[in-house]
Design a protein around this ligand. Structure first.
Ligand code: PEP
Ligand code: MG
Length: 313
């Protein structure tokens, strides 16, 4: 029991019956690596590269980008590091990449991968810098695009990655269309990662920056759980979660029960999620997921899941 408690506190993520769920960190740059390692992150599930681009008049050079990417890759030898390409626009506007026209609804505008369709040279420079950063390192670099809605977008992105020798290319699922049609997208990508923050925003038509609508940003909403189940699907591609939902220990068990393969969160949340998983079997996680989805309200879903997970109740 002592050994089990120790593993629960520091070891790799797993259910009590040994189903591995790698626990990864969300970070915005090399400055956050230390906290990730201190909390036992097994890798990086979301490197938000836009922080390198924010608050500047000129974009960072390719060499500058390479240095920032390499610093994170070097910190996780043998571990997986998922780097998200620039997610500009909406809540993260960039001075040197303004939208082409006025956008009354920036969250529904030229953001994420859509910005790269307008400025492919910015994507080319970022992917080139990533390919150089990973050269000769043992880390497993995975590159993913934000705000993908269609198969054409996913294909365009993964082809650009493959042309540079980037062998693992995936997309975020944060638009309901992508969650509904993950099976079609699967043919174009190597992996998925669900961004529950934006997926909730677009599912409930509730701006994530409007605090008054926060109840509609609740990841326990059964409609969101249904979309997550649809995204995980039976397409055979690994599907992680890197939105805030992964940081809630009860919801983390439910996500694993829905078939999610990895969980990525801000570093301080890792220990509680690790302990929650270690206290339950995969079958209990599945039962909790089923019980939550059988409810019709967010509060009901949370209560039902809690009741099915005795160590977290
Ligand atoms: C998300 O949308 O859930 C996500 C992880 O990305 P971001 O919060 O950076 O938009
Ligand atoms: Mg997002």
């Amino acid at each position: 029991a002592r050994e089990q408690a120790l593993r629960a506190a520091t070891g790799p993520g797993a259910t009590s019956d040994g189903h591995a769920v790698p626990l990864l960190a969300n970070l915005g740059g090399p400055g956050e690596v230390k906290a990730a390692l201190a909390n036992g992150a097994e890798g990086v599930g979301l490197y938000r590269t836009e922080f390198l681009f924010l608050d500047r008049k000129q974009p960072p050079t390719g060499a500058e980008q390479e240095t920032a990417y390499r610093a994170v890759l070097e910190a996780f030898p043998g571990g997986k590091v998922v780097v998200r390409t620039l997610d500009a626009g909406a809540d993260k506007p960039l001075a040197f990449l303004p939208p082409q026209g006025e956008e009354p609804n920036p969250a529904l505008g030229e953001r994420g991968l859509r910005m790269f369709r307008v400025h492919p040279e910015v994507m080319a420079e970022q992917l080139d810098a990533l390919a150089r950063a990973a050269e000769g390192l043992p880390a497993q670099l995975q590159v993913m695009a934000p705000m993908v809605a269609t198969v054409e977008e996913a294909t365009w992105f993964t082809e650009a990655c493959r042309a540079r020798g980037l062998t693992s290319a995936g997309v975020m699922i944060e638009v309901p269309a992508a969650a509904l049609r993950a099976g079609d997208l699967a043919a174009a990508v190597d992996f998925f990662s669900i961004g529950t923050n934006d997926l909730a925003q677009y599912t409930f038509a509730a701006d994530r920056q409007v605090g008054a609508l926060s109840a509609l940003q609740d990841a326990w909403q059964p409609a969101l759980l249904d979309l997550i189940a649809s995204a995980v699907g039976e397409h055979g591609r690994p599907c992680g979660v890197c939105g805030e939902a992964a940081a809630d220990p009860v919801l983390a068990c439910v996500l694993v029960g829905l078939g999610v393969s990895t969980l990525s969160m801000s570093a301080p949340s890792l220990p509680a999620v690790r302990a929650g998983l270690a206290g339950h079997t995969l079958a209990q996680c599945r039962a909790a997921a089923e019980a939550a989805r059988a409810q019709s309200t967010a509060a009901g879903a949370r209560a039902a899941a809690r009741a099915a997970l005795p160590r977290l109740a």
